[in-house]
Design a protein around this ligand. Structure first.
Ligand code: AMP
Length: 470
């Protein structure tokens, strides 16, 4: 990285020697923009409202001043609390802060659900200086009397937007009621929806706002492209084609909208493409997720397939590519996803596959990040598969619902060609009832009654899926 004579260095902040050594050891040469702005404010005792996504260096931005303040091990009860929406983020925060605190004697510990609380309670009883917690587990241990919060002097809420999305507001309110009111507060969020604005008003005192816009960060470090892909099976073919290039796609995170897609994509990759892939999502046990993340981090696993919630907080250095197999419906998730590549000092690439219905969301996402996402033509080697009847229906329905929301009088294309419900079928003929006086049913194809057997399209889809499996 080129040195500019005016670039801030970590030595410009009034950090102690232990922290400066740890920063150097972590390989951080210069503070990132969010660190440059946040560290002096927090050291001066302000409350900070930070708008920054994962990958910008926000953890060290609030972590270094926090470590300065808490300084050394003291007493039993935590003096700082960091709340995180998911266990993955809690674990990542713990690892990251421990790395920065390596030359101190500070006791940093994360508690989260999904595991029995026994070991966590034992560790807490031995004494913790900085506690990282998911809201549910924190309240659980507090209400059982295993956790004393009256010594808290600093509270950090990380990924506040995700906490709101996951419905943690009541727990957070409850926590705010039971902790000392005199304290320093920090709130970080990738985006600023109304709910987060409300929360920050309740929670921060005269905060100073620090903003690292997603557009700036994603534009600088992540190249984004888009393929318009007609359907699921063609998406699979495109993925297959791209991942053959082992040198370029050496560590890839693939995001799916649903658990089912994540499982299917992972098993497809394991079968067809060289190397194993694993999926992480809400239905996977804690250990499966931890092991998959670890294998991916240390390079044993080339692909990790994830849903948005499961991927929260995963810190994997040097992900070569993020592939959005599906477009996220929560647009902020796009920003979070692409934040997995191009982290801090590295460049990365994000590639999105979008079908016709999803193109609408890509346009909204481009508006959100103030960026054009260039569309690439499908490579000629990628075989275009027919769209199954069910999938086409799903897409039509999605487009219709959207248009209906915009225009309540809209009848909908899907409405016109919908398959009759069982109750619309004339039991005697097995044909749909035809409306209107003079319309004959002559010449119409007889449809099998849905529910009795699989539709031909569903059969074709199942057959195609089966043939890919061989
Ligand atoms: P975060 O946004 O806190 O999740 O950090 C994203 C990644 O950037 C982590 O892998 C950090 O280790 C790394 N990082 C944080 N600060 C810097 C820095 N100043 N220089 C280089 N890498 C950094």
């Amino acid at each position: 990285m080129s040195e500019s004579p005016t670039a801030t260095s970590f030595a410009d902040f009034k950090l102690n020697k232990q922290l400066l050594n740890a920063v150097a050891e972590a390989g951080f040469e210069h503070p990132t923009p969010v660190q440059e702005q946040t560290i002096p404010l927090l050291l001066a005792g302000h409350d900070v409202l930070g708008i920054a996504q994962t990958g910008t260096g926000k953890t060290a931005a609030f972590g270094l001043p926090l470590l300065m303040k808490v300084k050394y091990a003291q007493g039993i009860h935590p003096r700082a609390l960091i709340l995180a929406p998911t266990r993955e983020l809690a674990m990542q925060l713990e690892t990251h802060l421990k790395r920065l605190a390596i030359y101190t004697d500070l006791r940093i510990f994360a508690i989260y659900g999904g595991l029995g609380p026994k070991t966590q309670i034992e560790t807490i009883a031995k004494g913790v200086d900085i506690l990282i917690a998911t809201p549910g587990r924190l309240l659980e241990l507090y209400l059982k009397g295993d956790l004393v919060l009256k010594e808290l002097k600093t509270l950090v809420l990380d990924e506040a937007d995700k906490m709101m999305d996951m419905g943690f507001m009541p727990q957070i309110r409850r926590i705010l009621e039971v902790i000392p009111s005199k304290r320093q507060n920090v709130l970080f969020s990738a985006t600023m929806p109304d709910k987060v604005a409300t929360l920050s008003e309740e929670f921060l005192e005269f905060p100073v706002r620090v903003e690292v816009t997603p557009s700036a960060t994603s534009a600088q470090t992540v190249s984004q492209t888009l393929y318009r892909v007609p359907n699921l099976l063609t998406k699979i073919n495109l993925l297959d084609y791209l991942l053959l290039d082992w040198d370029t796609f050496h560590r890839v995170m693939i995001f799916c909208r649903t658990k089912e897609h994540a499982d299917n994509v992972a098993s497809f990759l394991t079968r067809k493409v060289v190397g194993e892939a694993r999926a992480i999502h809400g239905n996977k046990g804690q250990n499966v997720r931890i092991n998959a993340m670890e294998a991916f981090r240390n390079g044993e696993l080339r692909f990790l397939v994830a849903t948005d919630v499961a991927a929260r907080g995963i810190d994997v250095p040097q992900v070569s590519h993020v592939i959005n197999f599906d477009v996220p419906l929560v647009y902020d998730d796009y920003v979070h996803r692409i934040g997995r590549t191009g982290r801090a000092a590295h460049t990365g690439a994000a590639i999105t596959f979008a079908n016709d219905a999803e193109m609408y969301h890509m346009e909204r996402i481009a508006e959100l990040i103030h960026q054009e996402i260039p569309e690439l033509p499908l490579p000629p080697e990628v075989k275009i598969m027919p769209t199954t009847f069910d999938e086409q229906q799903g897409m039509d329905r999605e487009v219709d619902e959207r248009r209906r929301r915009q225009d309540p009088d809209f009848q909908g294309a899907f409405h016109e060609k919908k398959v009759p419900l069982q109750k619309d079928i004339d039991k005697r003929t097995g044909l749909p009832y035809v409306e209107g006086p003079n319309r004959s049913q002559k010449g119409k194809k007889k449809r099998p009654s849905p529910g009795k057997s699989q539709s031909p399209a569903a059969k074709a889809a199942a057959k195609l899926r089966g043939s890919r499996r061989k």
